[in-house]
Design a protein around this ligand. Structure first.
Ligand SMILES: Cc1ncc(COP(=O)(O)O)c(C=O)c1O
Length: 400
């Protein structure tokens, strides 16, 4: 099966995001703003629809935290996807947009009583516990509300993954999930409580993982643990292996769907003979490459030590670079034809020295005020992390 997607290309005087000319599109728009390539997203989602038709025991639940734009969440619903949520507001958001509650799974180490009550009253697919204390509260609330509740258990598999430490979630030092003996303890508590049913086992090892071998060994470990649980007589309806496959944050960005396809093939092969439903919760790999943050050059500032390119975008629109040193591919549409071999630090108006998009940006021609800058691969964990620090406006979003 070939996968066709609109891609991002650079011409001598333009950047094409799918079929959209950034030069024309941006002409009268105030920057910075997010531009989403919905044609590209739709192409990916129609491939996923085929995949889900051919693999009815695989359920894909979009991780809303990656990007909660209603336009995007609605597309996921129309394509038959469920949702991974991590707050009561995310749960409300997707149900208001039309998501079926039984296709929603709720994780997070600090769910409040109000959030737990909401999940119980909505009868969601799985309320995933992350501590025994949380299970105790869920038990009490299910009794008080007198509602049958599907409880999933998040397991911490203690695996080492190669990603940024802040994106790792499945190591024994991380706050997420329960270690194996506590999983077993929680299962007997669930069994003894008439309102609760063990819906499934949940595991998520981290985000922006590019090495499929890491997934393969983790999936084998999760599959073996599910096998143990089934042998012991537990009846989990699903194994939820989380999200986490990365995208290429470099000039290979257009190759990201091919990696996602390989990840799906791996899952299909490994779990094809299992009796239970397999759930995955991708976020970044579904929307990451289809969003770009578009900004303009405000000023060029030269000091004895450095050249600064001051963009009008900042950490308030895209926090990833300041938060964990993330680097995105940055392409420019330049007005000048004067060649340059200078290197620039691309920074922002914000009063934070750590707010840098690139320390060593090079471009063919002298950058000038007003040049358009496209920060690519910003569809995931971009707009959803935006803030109004320095009382800046939240960025607008356009869907093309
Ligand atoms: C529980 C859970 N599931 C899924 C995801 C989505 O991960 P990704 O966007 O890397 O696919 C996350 C994000 O960290 C998560 O915490």
């Amino acid at each position: 099966m070939a996968w066709f997607f609109s891609v991002i290309t650079q011409t001598s005087n333009d950047i094409l995001i799918g079929n959209c000319s950034l030069r024309d599109f941006s002409k009268n728009l105030k920057t910075p703003f997010y531009l989403y390539d919905m044609t590209g997203l739709d192409a990916l989602l129609s491939e996923l629809k085929i995949h889900l038709r051919d693999n009815p025991k695989h359920r894909i639940c979009y991780a809303v935290k990656a990007n909660s734009e209603p336009e995007i969440c609605k597309r996921m619903i129309q394509s038959g996807l469920g949702f991974d949520v991590v707050s009561g507001n995310e749960l409300k958001h997707v149900t208001q947009l039309g998501a079926a509650p039984n296709q929603i799974y709720f994780s997070g180490v600090g769910k409040t009583e109000v959030e737990i009550d909401l999940a119980i009253s909505q009868t969601i697919g799985g309320l995933h516990i992350e501590s025994l204390a949380e299970l105790e509260l869920i038990k009490q609330r299910a009794k008080t509300l007198n509602k049958p509740t599907q409880v999933g258990v998040r397991w911490n598999p203690d695996v080492d993954v190669k990603t940024h430490p802040h994106l790792r979630t499945g190591d024994a030092n991380d706050k997420f999930g329960l270690e194996t003996p506590q999983v077993m303890e929680s299962l007997s508590i669930i069994q003894d409580c008439p309102e609760l049913t063990f819906s499934g086992l949940h595991v998520h090892i981290g985000s922006q993982i590019l090495d499929l071998n890491v997934f393969e060994s983790f999936y084998k470990k999760a599959k073996a643990f599910m096998g143990d649980l089934l042998t012991k007589g537990f009846k989990p309806a699903y194994l939820n292996v989380g999200g986490g496959v990365g995208i290429y944050y470099d000039n290979n960005i257009n190759e990201s769907p091919a990696l996602f396809k390989k990840y799906l093939e791996l899952i299909t092969t490994l779990f094809k003979d299992e009796s239970y439903t397999l759930i995955t919760e991708p976020g970044r790999s579904l929307i990451g490459i289809y969003g770009a943050l578009i900004s303009r050059v405000l000023y060029i500032k030269t000091t004895p030590k450095k050249n600064f390119l001051i963009s009008d975008a900042s950490m308030t629109e895209l926090l990833r670079p300041a938060l964990y040193g993330a680097r995105h591919p940055i392409w420019m549409i330049q007005q000048s034809q004067t060649p340059t071999d200078k290197t620039f630090e691309i920074t922002s108006p914000i009063c934070e020295s750590g707010d840098t998009f690139s320390e060593d940006f090079t471009c063919s021609f002298e950058p000038t005020q007003g040049d358009l800058i496209a920060i690519l691969g910003a569809g995931a964990y971009g707009a959803s992390m935006a803030s109004q620090y320095n009382l800046r406006d939240l960025p607008k979003a356009y869907f093309n």
